[in-house]
Ligand binder design. Structure first.
Ligand SMILES: NC(=O)c1ccc[n+]([C@@H]2O[C@H](COP(=O)([O-])OP(=O)(O)OC[C@H]3O[C@@H](n4cnc5c(N)ncnc54)[C@H](OP(=O)(O)O)[C@@H]3O)[C@@H](O)[C@H]2O)c1
Length: 288
């Protein structure tokens, strides 16, 4: 099988699983010239880029399936390469952002997922929520490092919106099941964490995992959003957009009955997952 995104957080979770089940010898990883290939150990690697179909055609030669983790935005190139290489089985990683009411978030996922329907391939899509679990994640390790250093945490709004982050190894198990369990072709699976929790509780749980109590200072979100909107109209470039502040208030909670029933998907709760991440960050000296 060919795997893209193997050097990233989910990719590393999948590789660990494949090593444990002794199937890593069947794996070839698509890597860029800039990729940190030391993360791949002894695995077979081939240079290419998900944005370049020709390089993926070379990488796909002789494999039976493509697990494409590196980004759903590359679907047109992936489809072109798979057709040219004659590989039929594809597992694509999308995102639960496909459910967002903000079109800017959902449209790119939905448009690319739609390309798979009628592609003639045997495809399966998995949609993770926010992924966490190590220093490679995009959000939680930064939150933990902040909480480790600051006794105060500024929080936009009341923090009552729901989140359901997924621990990367649980997600990897769901992804692997999507590839291997019979009957998953043509299916789209949401793969969130075990249960939704309010952002406020998420922050408190993360602080507790560090053995800390944090004082949360609520920053009213609406005036901030309005100020951002005004500055955007004046075309002043800012690091945060008014839409991002709105999105912070969107609930990101998803049932996963289909994944549970069809993939045997059984993710752990946030309390357990974040404790594992704290242990990992302590081991490498990122938090105290
Ligand atoms: N992170 C989240 O919270 C989240 C939430 C929902 C969905 N997702 C989706 O889940 C997938 C995995 O996320 P992740 O957090 O594990 O990703 P990640 O840690 O950011 O890693 C991204 C991986 O993709 C590779 N990659 C990126 N662009 C590439 C390209 N043009 N050609 C080849 N390889 C490329 C990177 O390789 P290099 O080593 O060369 O950089 C890296 O291995 C992504 O598709 C992401 O959109 C993520």
């Amino acid at each position: 099988m060919l795997v893209s995104g193997a050097t990233g957080l989910l990719g590393q979770g999948l590789l660990r699983l494949l090593r444990e089940s002794g199937e890593h010898e069947e794996v070839r990883c698509l890597v860029r010239r800039t990729s940190l290939t030391s993360r791949l150990g002894e695995l077979d690697t081939i240079y290419g880029d998900a944005g370049d179909a020709a390089s993926m055609v070379r990488a796909l030669r002789g494999v039976d399936a493509f697990v494409h983790i590196a980004g759903i935005q590359y679907t047109p190139q992936v489809l072109e390469a798979m057709r040219a290489a004659g590989v039929e089985r594809l597992v694509m990683v999308s995102s639960t952002s496909a459910h967002s009411r903000f079109e800017l978030r959902s449209a790119p996922r939905l448009t690319n997922e739609a390309l798979l329907v009628g592609s003639g391939l045997r495809w399966t899509v998995v949609r993770p929520t926010m992924i966490y679990g190590s220093e490679l994640d995009h959000n939680m390790h930064k939150l933990l490092r902040f909480l480790d250093r600051s006794p105060v945490f500024p929080l936009f709004g009341k923090g009552e919106n729901l989140w359901q982050p997924v621990y990367y190894e649980d997600l990897a198990r769901g992804l692997y099941a999507a590839l291997t369990v019979p009957g998953t072709e043509g299916r789209i699976y949401d793969l969130p964490g075990a249960r939704p929790l309010m952002y406020l509780h998420l922050v408190r749980t993360a602080a507790a995992a560090l053995g800390k109590r944090v004082r949360i200072v609520h920053v009213p979100a609406e005036p901030v959003r309005r100020a951002l909107l005004l500055t955007e109209r004046l075309r002043v470039p800012l690091p945060v957009s008014s839409e991002q502040v709105l999105r912070l208030r969107e609930d990101k909670a998803y049932p996963y009955d289909e994944a549970r029933e069809e993939l045997g998907y059984s993710p752990r709760g946030f309390e357990e997952g974040i404790a594992l991440e704290v242990r990992r960050l302590r081991e490498i000296g990122l938090v105290r």
